[in-house]
Design a protein around this ligand. Structure first.
Ligand code: S3P
Length: 429
């Protein structure tokens, strides 16, 4: 197992995050179905997105990947895979593929690693069944999932929790069904699927509902048309450095070409509430996604309360936020985030234990956590194989008094293989 020892250091410099993981998955998954050749530049070459590529190749879709440029030769009909489709650690791969494979003339088994096998799949399996899919999960809930593709019918789905993966799986299944497939969520989750489908010429509508929910509608049958995608920098990968720089008085960080889709940037609102100085410059739209530059100037932050409809907009950034909260003045309370318990690890438990291991007063809540800020002493952290927690606690080392040792840091390659290199560049003392 790789370990990483991070000494206290001041953050500074210019950073260009790797391609966005969510957008990269969608470029290859939608491109696989499209008419024509979809080209995605700045495609994220990380373990998770390469799982999507591998599964699609096994389904007979030609995919070329060279120097960060992806070319997918779309196929209306995929072919029978010769083996189990292994999604590894990737929830996005397995869930979106459940929707896509349900309408293909193939029979497939989708599986993943130990972490993925513990995560709920009933949330996609059950609504897909209501669209006529022949799909079964182990014990009704878990991977491996067996799908026998066939004819689908449209349906209206009301999701109990906001989830872009579930919403996307259902909208993608809706591409095969004749009529309108509707997905209602209690709060807005990331909308990359809707944006890319629109860019590919598919009729998709989204609107806010009275009472707080959000509705997305796709009109089927529809086949996406190939486009050129310029994948923005991944806000979630940038978040480790952004949160740490914002919380470190004297730090100055510039983040270039980063995706600033408002369904992803809840962290910036929270950091500003905590007293952070984060400016957005050069905001523009690139291939249907907002992109810009962030200027972060470190400050002494104060604790904050986070919950409600904001949670889906910063769900992957809570480990980074918890680290900033640990050096803020006063208490930070996160609520309404029970979803964290079914991520790559139980992120409420893993984050709180990691905070405690580095000398921070923190407590679990059923749906969140309390972090009593002050300072980070330092110590050894086991992120439990969870990439985001490994990276969050590596940057915690920079903010600590005695340094932090993170064990098992190879898991960062799931989303951000160059993390350690950037850490060394940005934390030069
Ligand atoms: C993702 C959606 C989120 C997020 C995950 C990626 C996606 O999951 O946590 O890292 O690409 O759609 P949920 O939609 O399950 O909340």
């Amino acid at each position: 197992m790789a370990t990483l020892q991070v000494q206290p250091a001041r953050l500074g410099g210019r950073f260009r995050p790797p391609g966005d993981k969510s957008v990269s998955h969608r470029a290859v998954l939608l491109g696989a179905l499209a008419s024509g050749v979809t080209v995605a530049r700045n495609f994220l070459e990380a373990e998770d997105t390469l799982r999507s590529v591998g599964c699609l190749r096994a389904l007979g879709v030609p995919v070329e990947l060279e120097g960060g440029v992806l070319r997918v030769h779309g196929r209306r009909r995929w072919s029978q895979p010769g083996h189990v489709l292994d999604a590894g650690n990737s929830g996005t791969t397995i869930r979106l593929l459940c929707g896509l494979v349900s309408g293909q003339p193939v029979e497939a088994v989708l599986d993943g690693d130990e972490s993925l096998r513990r995560r709920p799949m009933d949330r996609v399996v059950e609504p897909l069944r209501r669209m006529g899919a022949d799909i079964q999960a182990k014990d009704g809930r878990f991977a491996p999932v067996r799908v026998r593709g066939g004819t689908l019918r449209p349906a209206r789905h009301e999701l109990p929790v906001a989830s872009a993966q579930v919403k996307s799986a259902l909208l993608l299944a809706g591409l095969y069904a004749e009529g309108r497939t509707v997905v209602v969520e209690p709060a807005a989750s990331r909308d990359h699927t809707e944006r890319l489908l629109k860019a590919m010429g598919v009729q998709v509508r989204s609107r806010a509902l009275d009472g707080g929910g959000v509705e997305a509608v796709v009109e089927g049958p529809a086949r996406p048309e190939a486009v050129e995608v310029e994948v923005p920098g991944d806000f979630s990968s940038a978040a480790f450095f952004v949160a740490a720089a914002a919380a470190q008085p004297g730090a100055e960080l510039v983040v270039e070409h980063v995706g600033l889709n408002p369904t992803r940037t809840g962290l910036l609102e929270v950091l500003r509430d905590m007293g952070a100085e984060v400016l957005v410059e050069d905001l523009r739209e690139v291939a249907g996604e907002p992109v810009g530059t962030l200027l972060v100037r470190g400050k002494q932050l104060r604790g904050v309360r986070v919950g409600g409809g904001l949670i889906p907009r910063l769900i992957d950034e809570i480990p980074a936020l918890a680290v900033a909260a640990a050096v803020a003045e006063g208490e930070t309370v996160v609520r309404d985030a029970a979803e964290l318990r079914v991520k790559e690890s139980d992120r409420i438990r893993t984050v709180v234990r990691a905070l405690q291991a580095v000398g921070v007063d923190a407590e679990e809540l059923p749906d969140g956590m309390v972090v009593r800020g002050g300072s980070i002493r330092g110590g050894e952290v086991d992120p439990g194989g969870d990439h985001r927690i490994a990276m969050a606690f590596a940057v915690a080392g920079l903010l600590s008094r005695e340094g932090v040792k993170v064990v098992g840091t190879e898991c960062a390659a799931v989303s951000f293989p160059q993390f350690e290199r950037w850490l060394r560049v940005l934390a030069a003392r």
